[in-house]
Design a protein around this ligand. Structure first.
Ligand SMILES: Cc1ncc(COP(=O)(O)O)c(C=O)c1O
Length: 403
């Protein structure tokens, strides 16, 4: 057996990093060195089941051979040009996105992060309507740029930068149709909403909510922007969560799982919205980068070939059933379980318990995320082996029950 490098410990990594990392992230006590499928290994060689999938990104698991091959072969051919030139990987991807989204969404622009996609979507709605007021929902997360922060529904992200942010937007209670109707007016450029609030603690929209807010938008000439950065590309058991509600937004933002681990995001829009843009409205050095487009093409191909959307639906349903049963049987510790497909949350009564479960789970070989303070969020790879999911779930539920 190979001798372990004793300098490669979490403590050694923490000591080195303390010198130079800008301390803006509350790190979990784990340093991941490599991954394969739904397993990761820390720098000391300990194996963990990963229920976080790179924060809802590794759609087909860590280092899927088809993704590695697509990236390697593209890297050997061409890594970057600019969006001022045509490229085949981008062309393939925008054609595929047009095929897997509702037919009304014909036009795509690609960027590198969800935040940029939301900024672009906000700019697009301004172009299309000439208006500058946005309505979004409490608890929502849309990214951390100044544009995204100006519409975010989580006050703690917004508050430190209030002085820099555009004023006059409205944030309304989530899933409250009357509140949305009251806020959407003739000055509104767009209503912005996630079909399932991910960072906010896995809150799905109520049935009929999206259709009702879209109707209000149409009455006032405002756009509906759906932020499917976390829910898109199969996560909720449909290729896009909008299919659950049969709603076609004017603008659809996507990201995260699109690249399976490489930074690519973007938005799609209708022909009517697209007709309002001008050259130079949107851009970026890496917009439509060929390497990331090649990765996204491979991710979508694997998702389709391996029927991972259907798998997310069936495995997700089984997961939600187990979580709901547990929540009912443990009313002292749990409030409820909720979610769609493989985006599920177990809402605990106590944020401290959630934190304790998370850190003990890491020691016992499971990586799980806590969203919204007290929600154990499950958003694993769509192809996580069932045994890995159920064994890590057993451990987590044992820890919750133990208190
Ligand atoms: C719904 C939603 N929108 C936007 C973002 C921002 O995306 P990114 O972190 O890629 O900038 C996120 C990230 O978690 C998200 O979940």
């Amino acid at each position: 057996m190979q001798e372990r490098d004793t300098a490669t410990t979490l403590e050694a990594v923490q000591r080195r990093e303390a010198q130079h990392f800008l301390p803006v992230a509350r790190r979990l006590p784990v340093a991941i060195a490599r991954g394969s499928g739904s397993r990761v290994w820390d720098v000391a060689g300990n194996e963990l089941v990963d229920l976080t999938a790179g924060w809802g990104v590794n759609a087909i698991g860590h280092c899927h051979p088809a993704l590695v091959e697509a990236i390697s072969s593209q890297a050997g051919q061409l890594m970057q040009t600019t969006n001022f030139m045509y490229s085949l990987p981008q062309l393939d991807l925008i054609e595929t996105l047009a095929r897997i989204t509702p037919p009304e969404l014909t036009r795509t622009f690609l960027l590198s992060s969800g935040t940029e996609a939301m900024d672009g979507a906000i700019k697009l709605a301004h172009r299309a309507t000439g208006r500058a007021r946005y309505v979004s929902t409490e608890g929502s997360f849309h990214g951390r740029s100044l544009g995204a922060l100006a519409v975010i529904g989580q006050a703690h992200h917004r508050a430190p930068y209030e002085a820099l942010l555009k004023q006059g937007n409205a944030v309304v209670p989530f899933n409250d149709v009357d509140a949305a109707r009251a806020a959407i007016d003739d000055e509104t450029a767009a209503f912005i909403v996630e079909p399932v609030q991910g960072e906010g603690g896995v809150n799905p929209v109520a049935l009929g909510y999206l259709a009702a807010v879209q109707e209000a938008c149409r009455e006032h000439g405002a756009l509906l922007i759906l932020d499917e950065i976390q829910t898109g590309i199969g996560r909720t058991g449909k290729m896009f969560a909008l299919e659950h509600d049969d709603v076609v937004p004017d603008v659809l933002a996507i990201g995260k799982m699109l690249g399976g681990g490489v930074p690519i995001a973007g938005f799609l829009c209708t022909e009517a919205v697209a007709a309002t843009v001008q050259a130079g409205d949107q851009g970026g050095t890496y917009a439509g980068n060929v390497l990331t487009c090649a990765a996204a093409n491979a991710v979508i191909r694997v998702i389709e070939e391996d029927k991972l959307v259907e798998r997310a639906a069936s495995l997700g349903e089984a997961l939600l059933t187990k979580l709901s049963t547990f929540a009912r049987e443990h009313p002292d510790a749990c409030e409820v379980a909720r979610g769609r497909g493989l985006l599920c949350g177990l809402v605990l009564k106590d944020a401290e318990l959630a934190g304790r479960v998370q850190s003990t789970a890491i020691e016992r070989g499971v990586l799980v995320n806590v969203a919204g303070g007290n929600v154990l969020r499950f958003f694993p790879a769509l192809n996580i082996p069932a045994d890995d999911l159920w064994s890590s779930l057993d451990l987590l539920l044992e820890l919750v029950a133990a208190g």
